[in-house]
Design a protein around this ligand. Structure first.
Ligand code: CU
Length: 469
């Protein structure tokens, strides 16, 4: 009978053990993710929640959301990551409604292992590829000619019906630094054809936290904040989706009339979304006043995906600096912290003009949650300003000359003449504008005149500054 010396057996165990087990001192966090097709509605409330208008009376919102003979409307087939309770993939885990079509929140601490059991229930090959964690070639989930083969290639494309286990770790080299917040914002996404896979819906959030941040619950919860949210700002380009033809066939009433190259058709499929919701349809962003809130913000997409996320009414701290606007670019990950001070319903909007108009807005609610409101402890002065909105004619080139060339701004062919030449179909260099002007008191009779404010031009005449004592 075959037998092994006890000492040899231990040595054998050491070598059988997968490498990732030796690199960690933390928890092993196992996730069962299934890739599933689903129908997604970008505006489940059927109206522009921000303007409180039905779609019919909102021409901008309806250009994206109303289906027609050659328009898809608000619903699209997508393919997304879903989380299941175990390897039977029978019981889908509940997700907060505000997460939209994003995949489940993956969380881990420094020293942990993340094991993703990925099963593909969809009809194309997909993968899962992470940012912010350590992986070997068998767990990268990105298809490109990296010279890997065999078992190291299986992660690069999981076919329909296929299954793969991805091993990711968070070693010290990937840990949040002392200057970082407790948890860093990352993402995961499919990377067979990343732009098309992501536009189809395969993207989700991931955080890596300092040791001791997550509690032992299932799912774990950050102990350092009262609530935390994940927001994806993206002009989701459904024209890139693998399902564009099926969506045309399913939702356009006359699919044959669709010209996929038509710019207006393409624009109607660019959904200016936060977590896949447009025009204030994002639900249940609710938090407590005076409690710590973390916002994990990220962008994805194209050159249009330059976003400035403005949180009305509250302040954010990002990288140790106070701000109320977060800057988000494609594949940019921002961790912002907030302690909401003011109760009520507040707006989150991208401040890029066209994005704001085209629906990239959501509402969040700050509740009292039995914490006594903070007593104001202001010790500074009361600074009172009397400001009048005043119509003026503003000349953009009052000297009449180009300061860099000395030429007349209206000289034909000079370059500036296209802005300053006045004609039957040109306005020229002077425009009616409205400017804030400061007055001495509530009679609004005597203007505040400060020589040093001359450089302000069209800006308000007296700058409003506050000093902190
Ligand atoms: Cu934007």
């Amino acid at each position: 009978m075959w037998a092994m010396e006890p000492g040899h057996f231990l040595w054998a165990l050491l070598f059988i053990q997968p490498l990732w087990l030796q690199r960690t001192d933390g928890a092993t966090r196992v996730y069962y993710l299934g890739i599933q097709d689903m129908q997604w509605n970008y505006a489940p409330r059927g109206r522009n929640v921000i303007t409180n208008q039905p779609l019919e009376s909102d021409t901008v919102a309806s250009s994206f959301l109303k289906s027609d003979k050659n328009r898809i409307g608000s619903s699209y087939k997508k393919t997304v990551y879903k989380e299941y309770s175990d390897g039977s993939y029978m019981h889908e885990m509940a997700q907060p409604a505000w997460l939209g079509f994003l995949g489940p929140v993956l969380q881990a601490e420094v020293g942990d292992v993340i094991l993703i059991h990925l099963k593909n229930f969809a009809t194309r090959p997909y993968t899962i590829h992470p940012h912010g964690v350590f992986y070997e070639k068998d767990s990268e989930g990105s298809l490109y000619p990296d010279g890997s083969s065999g078992q190291l290639k299986a992660d690069d494309s999981v076919p329909p019906g296929g299954y793969h286990i991805y091993n990711w770790t968070i070693p010290e080299s990937h840990a949040p630094t002392d200057a970082d917040p407790a948890c860093l914002t990352w993402i995961y996404h499919s990377h067979v054809d990343a732009p098309r896979d992501i536009a189809t819906g395969l993207i989700g959030p991931l955080i890596t936290c300092k040791r001791g941040t997550l509690n032992g619950n299932s799912p774990p919860w950050r102990q350092d904040v009262d609530s935390y949210f994940f927001l994806l700002f993206s002009v989701v380009d459904e024209n890139l989706s693998w399902h564009i033809d099926e969506n045309i066939a399913s939702y356009c009433s006359d699919p044959a009339s669709v010209d996929k190259e038509d710019e207006a058709f393409q624009e109607s499929n660019r959904m200016h979304a936060i977590n896949g919701f447009v025009f204030g349809n994002l639900p249940e962003l609710s938090m407590c006043a005076q409690k710590r809130v973390a916002w994990h913000l990220f962008g994805m997409g194209n050159e249009v995906d330059v976003h400035t996320a403005f949180f009305h009414g509250q302040m954010l701290t990002i990288r140790g600096h106070r701000t109320d606007v977060a800057h988000i670019f494609p594949a940019t990950f921002v961790t912002a912290e907030m302690v909401p001070q003011k109760l009520g319903t507040w707006l989150i909007s991208c401040q890029v003009n066209s994005h704001l108009q085209d629906g990239m807005q959501a509402l969040y609610e700050v509740k009292s949650c039995s914490v006594a409101p903070r007593v104001s402890q202001l010790t500074g002065k009361v600074r009172q300003y009397f400001i009048e909105a005043h119509e003026i004619q503003w000349d953009y080139g009052p000297t009449g000359y180009d300061g860099s060339t000395g030429k007349d701004l209206r000289e034909p062919g000079s370059g500036p003449d296209k802005f300053f030449q006045k004609g039957s179909s040109r306005i020229g260099g002077t425009y009616w504008k409205v400017r804030y002007e400061a007055f001495q008191d509530e009679t609004f009779q005597e203007k505040v005149q400060l020589e040093e404010d001359e450089h302000l031009g069209i800006l308000g005449e007296e700058s409003l500054t506050y000093e902190i004592n």
